[in-house]
Each structure stands twice: as C-alpha cells, then as structure tokens.
Design a protein around this ligand. Sequence first.
Ligand SMILES: [Zn+2]
Length: 316
Amino acid sequence: MKTLTTPSSELVYNSEDFKQFMPSNFSSMLERSSALIRRILQDMGQWADNTAHEKLLLRLSFDLLERFIQYCPSQLPGRPPLLLDGFISEYFGKPQEQEIGRSTASNPILHRFLDGLLKRAVLSRDALVCLFYHFYGMKPVEVGFLLGLEEGQTQRIYKNFARWRQAGWHQSTKEAGLTSEDLHALTDAHTSNPSRFHEEVGQQLDSLLSFYRKSDPPYYPCLSINKWQDMFSEGYGFDYRMWHLPLCLSCMRSVRDLGDSFLLNPQIQLNLQIFPHSLKDDESASPCTTIHDRRTERRRQASHTKVRLAHSSMAC
Ligand SMILES: [Zn+2]
C-alpha cells in the first residue's frame, strides 16, 4: 500500500491518483482540516475552549473534508493538503466576514487594527514592546523602568520604538488592510468620545488578548498581585514582565494597584495610540538622568506596599 510520509509534498496528478491518495491519508487530512478551522476561529475571536466548540469543530472538519473530496479532482494536478488549506480558507472567507461584522459591528476597523498589532506582537519584539505605547501611551523610558532595565539598557527600548516607527507599524497596518482614512477615523472616534471608545477597546482586547497570550514562546500565566509584588521588589522576571504584561490588561492593573511602586508614571490607564510614538516625543523625553534615584525611591515605597499587602492578606 502506498503510504505518504510527507503528504504536503506529494503531487497528485489526476482523479484516479486522488482515489488512491485519500484512504491512506484520510486521518491526516482530517487532522489538518480540524487544526486549520480551529486556528481560523481563534484568529477571528469566534473560539472558546468548551465542549460545544469542540463538537462544532468535529462536525465542520468532517463536513468540509467530505466536500473537499468532491471538489479536489477538478483542481488536479496539485498537492491535496495545500488545496485543502485553500478550500477551507475560502469557505471561511465570505461567511466569516459577516461574522466579524456582527461581532464587532460597532467598530470593525478597531478590531482589525488591534488584531493587526497583536499578530505582529507575537512575532516581533519591537511590536511587543511598543504595545505598552499603543495601549497605555507609555514612553520608552517608562517601559524600560517597568521592565527593570538599567539606564544604559533602556537604549534597547529606544531602538525597538525606532524600528517600529520606521517599519513595523507600517507593515502591521498594511497587513491588517487599513487605509489612512481608516486610521484617521479611529483617531476621530477616540477624540469625539474617549470613554466610549476605550470601553470598546477594552472589550475587544479582552477577547483578543486571551488568544494571543497563548502564543507566547513559553506561556507565562497570570500572577497574583503578591507574586507581581515579589517579582518587582526582588528585581527578577524581566522576560516574564516583557512577555506577559503587554498582553494582559488585568495584570497591568495589578501592577498599577501595587501603589505605583513600579511605574515611572503611575497614572496608567488604557489610552489607545493609533500612530507610532513620534521622534519628537523621543527627543523631549530623553532618558531621565534621575532614573536611578527614582528607582531607589520606588523600591523604598515598594517595601512599604509589601508590608501593607502582608497585613491585608493576614486580615482576610
Ligand atoms: Zn495576566
């Protein structure tokens, strides 16, 4: 019996070959179909980890593979697994647009913008670091402080910001299919009603972030406020802070609630920036010469907070 160890590289020439191909590759094709459908649903924010979604996935995977078996011979010669990918993506293309329209009816452009940023952030450190700016308006010096970098090392953050401004941001918005008019429409929506705008940003981020957080290279889960407190006051977990905090609104809230001990500017709140941080702002915000003193002062405050937290948890 013919067994294909690397089915995606196998060229199938005609319907007779395809009839032979399918029985021995049915389970791997079904697995492929299922994995792709799951990813598409996740990307679109239409997925939840529960039995109902798993059942739906199973049914759809079978259904689409059966339809594909009818369709594929008309597309040969070709590589069936790759043809299957195209078939499934196309199936979701049209109906999914409508789904997005419904789920993000009030602002589909915002959804595309946020999704575009996050897609880049799981691939690029520049994008990840710049989420602190896009979500909270944090300047490079504030990001360096939060990540626990010393003054000299903060230059790395300036470089992340510079590369993002020059190339990454443009790539992200282009990939998300956003025009200059779309971006200005977002700015207008922000300006005309900031609180309603940020309410929607928060809602959309809640569903998007929980998916993208699972894409972290090592998956760093949420921590309790006491664990964050320990990490900051003991000065460890720099990678943890960098990978988790930009992708988690609630842990950023915890860090803020620690009594501003670990933030250069404690007035942190959701404040979506559409355009990248400008060079002019960089110059006016040259690295703070007193950052060492500020950090020492913050650590002193942190030890007080730690005592307070210990007392409050004992009181519970
Ligand atoms: Zn978290």
